[in-house]
Write a protein that binds this ligand. Structure first.
Ligand SMILES: [Zn+2]
Length: 137
């Protein structure tokens, strides 16, 4: 569970600002992804919507998540421990910690890891994101 949960009205506003119509499925997927979940997979989103009485097909869940990604409310991440894409609503620059025991992914603040690529003039670096792996103490 993350900080304060958004109200349905606040979620609808965020969708409208992103030029998305606040449909029932988008609002409920957002409620989970923006308020409760931490880097969920599409399967986890479906499980949650099923449990909350909204029977969405996995295809609809993927379409809804895809629309949210396209609108810039979420981004897709691929992690080496799993074939599934996870969805991240933290759009600020940050790194990740993968707990290899539990599979849990946590955000690390951008300044928690310092990497200075020394690549000569060959590459224009736009972004460096780091996955720190280990076990949470
Ligand atoms: Zn993240």
């Amino acid at each position: 569970m993350k900080g304060r949960c958004l109200t349905e009205g606040e979620i609808s506003d965020r969708l409208r600002k992103a030029d998305l119509r606040p449909t029932v499925q988008r609002v409920s997927v957002c409620r989970f992804v923006l308020c409760e979940a931490d880097h969920p997979t599409a399967e986890a989103v479906k499980k949650w919507t099923d449990a909350h009485g909204l029977k969405l097909s996995l295809a609809t869940v993927y379409n809804t998540l895809g629309a949210l990604v396209k609108a810039g409310l979420l981004r897709e991440l691929r992690m080496p421990h799993s074939d599934s894409v996870v969805y991240d609503d933290n759009m600020a620059h940050h790194h990740h910690f993968l707990d290899e025991r539990t599979g849990r992914i946590e955000d690390l603040p951008a300044d928690a890891v310092e990497v200075r690529p020394r690549l000569g003039g060959k590459f224009k670096v736009r972004d460096v994101s780091v996955l720190v792996r280990g076990e949470r103490a």
